[in-house]
Design a protein around this ligand. Structure first.
Ligand SMILES: *[C@@H]1O[C@H](CO)[C@@H](O)[C@H](O)[C@H]1NC(C)=O
Ligand SMILES: *[C@@H]1O[C@H](CO)[C@@H](O)[C@H](O)[C@H]1NC(C)=O
Ligand SMILES: *[C@@H]1O[C@H](CO)[C@@H](O)[C@H](O)[C@H]1NC(C)=O
Ligand SMILES: *[C@@H]1O[C@H](CO)[C@@H](O)[C@H](O)[C@H]1NC(C)=O
Length: 413
C-alpha cells in the first residue's frame, strides 16, 4: 500500500469520525450528538416504516404519539377525529380536464388505521437549517419595518405587505370574515437556481398586522432547504407571529394534529405537469371548524388534520384576507443579478393552460359555511418584471388565475 493511499484512507476515516454535513461542511462531534438528540424527539417510534421509491422514509406512528403532543399547549389535548360539520357543496372538479394524482410513497405501502404517516426527519435536514430552533420555519420579515398599519397601500389592498427576500404573485380577496378557502392548484416542478431557495403554489389565510400576522397555508412546494431535494411536495405551514418564533412546515415542529392515515405532509406527488403535455392538480381546502376553532386541512377531499385553535388569537375567529398564488424565497430577490428561480411553471401567465401554472375552482367560505367565488378580487405581484399574475376571465365558465415567470430575464436582470 502506497503512502499516499494510506494518508487518503486516514483522511476519509477522519471525515467519517467528524461527520460530514450535507453541504460538505465538517460538523463537530458535539453538533452531531445534538442533531441525534433532536431527531430522537422529532421522530416518533414507528409501528411500521415504508421506504418510498423517492428516498423518503414514511413512518406509521401511533396517532396518540404524534409530534403535536410535544407542544406545551397540547399536553391534554383531545384529538378531534373529524370536523363537527360537513363541508357543504364541495366542488366536484372535472377530472377529465386535468388528472389528480396521489403521493409517491403510497405505491410501496399503506399505514394502518390508528396510525399517521410521517415523513422521517434525517440528519441532513437538521444540518441544513440555519439553526436547530428555526428548523422547518420560513425566514420572513416585512420589508419596510416602519409599516405597522393596515392602511391601504394600493388598489385598496389593505393587508398584504411584501416580505424580505420573498416575491409573490397572488390573487387576493378581503372584505369579509373568511373561515375557509379552496382551490385546485396545478402541479409543476419549477427550476431553482440554488438550494437556499424555494418556490411554491399555494393558498394563504391570514389575520393580524403585516409584521405580526397569523397564517395557515398549504399547497405544493419545491424546497431543498427543508426537504433536501427538488421534488414537488405537498406541504402545510402555519405561524402565529409572522414566522418570528412559531410555526413550521408540516410536522417538523409540534403543532399540526394529523388525523389521516392516508396522506403524509411533506411527501412528494407522483407526477407533475408537462408543457403541452399531461396536466395534474391537487385540490386543497382549509377551513375553520366554528365549534372547536380548529383550522382543518383537506387534500383531495380527505381531512388530513388541523391546527388547534389554541395557537391563534385572531385566526381562531376568522381570516381577514385570503391569497392564492406563488411564492419564491431567495436571498437574490430585488437584487441584481436577480435569481433565475422559476415561479409556477416558469412560464408567464399569458401562456395559459398547459404552459402556465393555474389555480381553478377558487372558493372562499364565510359564516354561512358554504363555498362561493370571492366577491372582490385583486391580482397582484411583487416584481412584475420577474413574475406575474393574471386573472383570466375570457372563455371559461368562471375566472381562472394564472401566475408565474422565469425570474431573471432581460427585463429582470
Ligand atoms: C370536462 O372537460 C372536458 C375537456 O376539457 C370537456 O370536454 C367537458 O365538457 C368538461 N365537462 C364538464 C362537465 O364540464
Ligand atoms: C434568515 O434571516 C436571518 C435574519 O432574520 C439571517 O441572519 C439569515 O442569514 C437568513 N438565512 C437565510 C438562509 O437567508
Ligand atoms: C404594531 O401595532 C400593534 C397594534 O396596532 C401594536 O400592538 C404593536 O406593538 C406594534 N408593533 C410595533 C413594532 O410597532
Ligand atoms: C435576505 O437575504 C440577505 C442576503 O441577500 C440576508 O443577508 C438576509 O439575512 C435575508 N433576510 C431574510 C429575512 O431572509
Amino acid at each position: 500500500m502506497g503512502k499516499g493511499v494510506r494518508v487518503g484512507m486516514f483522511l476519509v476515516a477522519m471525515l467519517i469520525l467528524l461527520g460530514v454535513g450535507i453541504n460538505g461542511e465538517i460538523k463537530s462531534q458535539k453538533e452531531l450528538l445534538e442533531v441525534q438528540r433532536r431527531l430522537k424527539i422529532l421522530n416518533k417510534p414507528p409501528i411500521k416504516s415504508i421506504k418510498s421509491e423517492d428516498g423518503d422514509i414514511i413512518d406509521c406512528v401511533d396517532i396518540y404519539k404524534q409530534p403535536a403532543f410535544d407542544h406545551p399547549a397540547l399536553k391534554s389535548h383531545t384529538i378531534q377525529m373529524s370536523p363537527s360539520f360537513n363541508l357543504l357543496n364541495r366542488i366536484k372538479t372535472n377530472q377529465s380536464a386535468t388528472t389528480v394524482i396521489p403521493q409517491k410513497w403510497q405505491k410501496t405501502g399503506t399505514c394502518p388505521k390508528g396510525t399517521i404517516p410521517i415523513r422521517r426527519n434525517q440528519e441532513g435536514d437538521l444540518f441544513r437549517a440555519r439553526s436547530f430552533e428555526s428548523y422547518g420555519r420560513k425566514n420572513q420579515s416585512v420589508r419596510d419595518t416602519k409599516t405597522n398599519t393596515t392602511k391601504p397601500i394600493r388598489n385598496n389592498v389593505q393587508y398584504y405587505f411584501p416580505q424580505e427576500n420573498v416575491s409573490l404573485s397572488y390573487l387576493l380577496t378581503q372584505g369579509y370574515s373568511y373561515i375557509g378557502a379552496q382551490a385546485d392548484i396545478n402541479l409543476w416542478n419549477p427550476h431553482l437556481e440554488s438550494n437556499d431557495e424555494y418556490s411554491s403554489g399555494q393558498i394563504w389565510l391570514r389575520n393580524g398586522p403585516p409584521n405580526f400576522y397569523e397564517s395557515v397555508e398549504s399547497g405544493w412546494v419545491v424546497n431543498p432547504i427543508v426537504y433536501g431535494d427538488r421534488q414537488t411536495r405537498f406541504f402545510a405551514y402555519w405561524t402565529a407571529d409572522s414566522s418570528k418564533s412559531t410555526g413550521c412546515f408540516d410536522l417538523t415542529c409540534p403543532g399540526f394534529v394529523q388525523t389521516s392515515h392516508e396522506i403524509a405532509l411533506g411527501a412528494s406527488f407522483d407526477a407533475v405537469s408537462q408543457e403541452r403535455g399531461n396536466q395534474y392538480h391537487t385540490q386543497i381546502s382549509l377551513y375553520l371548524d366554528p365549534k372547536t376553532k380548529h383550522w382543518w386541512l383537506q387534500c383531495q377531499g380527505i381531512n388530513v388534520g388541523y391546527w388547534p385553535g389554541e395557537f391563534f388569537s385572531l385566526l381562531n375567529r376568522n381570516a381577514l384576507y385570503v391569497m392564492f398564488g406563488g411564492e419564491v424565497y431567495s436571498p437574490r430577490i430585488r437584487k441584481t443579478p436577480h435569481t433565475s428561480t422559476h415561479m409556477g411553471s416558469g412560464y408567464w401567465p399569458e401562456g395559459l393552460f398547459q404552459q402556465a401554472c393555474f389555480i381553478r375552482h377558487i372558493r372562499v367560505m364565510d359564516y354561512s359555511c358554504s363555498w362561493k367565488f370571492p366577491e372582490w378580487i385583486y391580482a397582484g405581484t411583487d416584481e412584475e418584471y420577474c413574475y406575474r399574475a393574471r386573472l383570466n376571465t375570457g372563455y371559461t365558465i368562471e375566472p381562472e388565475f394564472y401566475f408565474g415567470g422565469p425570474g431573471q430575464n432581460p427585463t429582470c436582470p
